[in-house]
Design a binder for this molecule. Structure first.
Ligand SMILES: *Cc1c(COP(=O)(O)O)cnc(C)c1O
Length: 388
């Protein structure tokens, strides 16, 4: 499988994770625990290595979004507490307990089901109560119409046998948006969150860990630090707000110039003939395509970074290859490395051009792209996600 390494690969800079970790901790203050969100294979960066680094740096918690992701981390020796943010079928409760996972509990019915399964398994399941303060996804509803009923339901849920309720949390819908309307909505969500915690305290229900801040809130509302904060995208140094805190991207997606050809004016490039050379042109073929996660919507829009300057993508991105215009970059030769996304060529900007968000582009970097990890400036491991 060594052969694939010269094709297209993703370098993951764990020193950048260290830099970002300290910047985020500083932003949120010494009292708030750091929960690193490593779901979706750490947004495509590699959950095992990201988690090991976070553990070494002193993070207190990790989060994933399905039980198999938690099992993978445990299997590779990660011992930090892990919060399962997502849906888990109640018949997996024994698995949750066996892997020492903390499960989000999003309504009374599922609390009862988890409780019954935990009792049956003879164990106890750690839980955080999930509040829906306005995201309208998972959680006990906290708007005016549902508030009182949710207080009662949460009190009953917390008293169920087999559950150890450690925390309570909510998730923001627009904490990364600056418009006044969005700021007001975020404040409303936060008010509902604190009101619910206060109402439960009055009923004698207390939580060790209250948390709400995702990346957007970490940047824009550090006053929402509470007992823990949950950065995802900005921890990886990407997204619209990463620059605000001077964060560094972990991922550099690289490929090589496979072959170069010269074309006469009028020649069309790739499927659909969407690019036509208007002058004698020198065009390189890169071994990266949409099957590697290089979004086809970037056809004729994005560019790759070469040490001599940027080379625009010309024509449609194919499954396994794409073409770049090297006419103005005569120094670029076959075999040269180029950066598809990374510190010189922002994935956030690529995402805007593709009509999506940076999350989607890094998550999409596919399993045939080997990840190569760097720590303290040295390569510490390679991971090829294809079966051997
Ligand atoms: C994914 C997720 C996060 C992290 O979101 P970012 O925008 O990447 O910071 C935090 N909390 C919950 C509940 C999530 O699902």
């Amino acid at each position: 499988m060594e052969s694939t390494l010269r094709r297209t690969w993703a370098e993951i800079d764990l020193d950048a994770l260290e830099h970002n970790y300290h910047a985020l901790r500083k932003q949120m203050g010494p009292k708030s625990r750091f929960l690193g969100v490593v779901k979706a294979d750490a947004y495509g960066h590699g959950a095992i290595e990201a988690s090991r680094t976070l553990a070494e740096l002193g993070a207190e918690y990790l989060a994933i979004s399905n039980i198999d992701e938690a099992r993978e981390l445990r299997h590779h020796g990660i011992t930090l507490p892990i919060l399962q943010l997502g849906l888990t079928p109640a018949d997996q409760t024994a698995e949750v307990i066996a892997n020492n996972v903390t499960q989000a509990v999003w309504n009374e019915k599922v609390a009862e089901a988890f409780s019954a399964e935990a009792v049956r398994a003879g164990g106890r399941m750690k839980a955080h109560i999930k509040l829906d303060t306005g995201m309208s996804r998972l959680g006990f509803q906290c708007d005016e119409d549902h508030f009182a009923a949710s207080v009662d339901a949460i009190c009953r849920a917390c008293a169920l046998p087999g559950l150890d309720v450690e925390g309570v949390f909510t998730h923001f819908a627009v904490s990364d948006e600056d418009a006044e309307e969005h700021r007001a909505y975020t404040m409303l969500q936060h008010d509902r969150f604190t009101a619910m915690i206060a109402a439960l305290a009055e009923r004698g229900v207390h939580f060790q860990i209250c948390h709400c801040a995702n990346s957007g809130a970490t940047v824009s509302y550090p006053q929402f630090a509470h007992d823990m904060f949950r950065p995802g995208i900005i921890m990886y140094g990407i997204g619209d707000q990463a620059d605000v805190l001077g964060l560094k991207p972990l991922m550099t997606l690289k490929t090589t110039v496979g072959t170069i050809k010269e074309y006469a004016p009028g020649t069309t490039i790739s499927y659909g003939r969407t690019f036509r050379a208007d002058r004698p042109s020198r065009v390189g073929v890169l071994p990266i395509g949409y099957a590697d996660g290089f979004h086809r919507a970037l056809s004729n829009k994005w560019r790759v970074w070469t040490p001599g300057g940027c080379a625009p993508i010309v024509g449609r991105i194919c499954m396994d290859m794409c073409m770049v215009n090297l006419t103005d970059l005569p120094e670029v030769q076959e075999g040269d490395e180029v950066e598809v996304y990374g510190p010189h060529n922002s994935v956030t900007e690529a995402a805007h051009l593709a009509g999506t968000i940076s999350y989607e582009l890094t998550c999409a970097v596919s399993k045939r792209v080997p990840r190569i990890y760097y720590r303290h400036g040295q390569e510490i491991g390679r991971e090829l996600l294809l079966r051997d």
